[in-house]
Design a protein around this ligand. Sequence first.
Ligand code: OKP
Ligand code: ZN
Length: 343
Amino acid sequence: MKIPVVYSPQHRRHAPDEIRIKNVFFYSHEVPDRIEIIRSALASSNICKIHHPRDFGESQIAKVHHQEMIRLLKDASLAAGQDGFADALFPECYPIRRTAIQNDHIVARLGHFCHGSDSPIVSGTWPAAYWSAQTALEAAQHLLESSKIAYALSRPPGHHASSDTFGGFCYLNNAAIAARYLQHSAENDVNIAILDIDFHHGNGTQEIFYNDPSVLYCSLHADPAIEYPYFWGSSQEEGEGAGKGTNFNWPLPLGTGDDQYLEALNEAAAVIQQHDPMYLIVDFGQDIAEDDPLGGFRISPAGFSRIGSVIANLQIPTLLIQEGGYHLEKIGTSAIKFLTSFV
Ligand code: OKP
Ligand code: ZN
């Protein structure tokens, strides 16, 4: 059985120019080549079969994201490059205390819904983000049709986007959208676990499920004391209200290698087993690899195989969703090493 991999060429429409001032990068590395490279590596590996996503509709996105943020993402994409607007739109003023004052100006709404300076909106951003979410939904559909694993080549990534904020290269939270779809497609809302192994903490996903005991969130990532997203990801963040005890963070030091990573991963695997989920969503970021330009861990190719086998051994139907991973010479091999344990 070949592993179903879902891919849409629509991601290429989100291709902002690199934006930097001297050596300060605002937008870089999150480029269309990433997905094309992974896809061609998987296609030639012989262990995967590529599928294109169906359109599951905007209603699936609206189960996670506020209507006003969706409207802004669409309007900003339409405005980019038109009527005196720049090709790449950024907020100019952030009402960080979330004033109730309404202002329908696009630049005002950008500030209202954006949490970072690294996420330009170009004319293709909405369609790319829309199809990135549909890609995750199509892969989820494969699990519902009893695949044991499916891999969504979603781009742009999603785990930094919350229900009403975008940032960190992320516009729509693909994992959260897929989680809600899987939950609602089952007879009773079933338990889901999300394991986020991207180098960065998935603040958006954490926030979406923070009060929700039915979706466990476990994340291994660089210590936010010294890395993006800086304000979220400490081990004290355990969930709130009914969701207390269903959020787990493993902040790890820069330089973390295979053995140290596997120790934390085994702890996360035990937590997941206890939650007894019907589906497991893995937010997969190859930016944990050694020498990733935006990372700082040192996971080797063999490490990716070991990570894959810990997760495969859980024997839970697994939806793999692409997040980060920026070392263009390594992301293909890292994905294949990871997947080999599932064949
Ligand atoms: C997205 B994902 C570069 C600024 C980039 C955001 C990093 C987002 C990573 N100096 N800041 O989790 O891989
Ligand atoms: Zn990342």
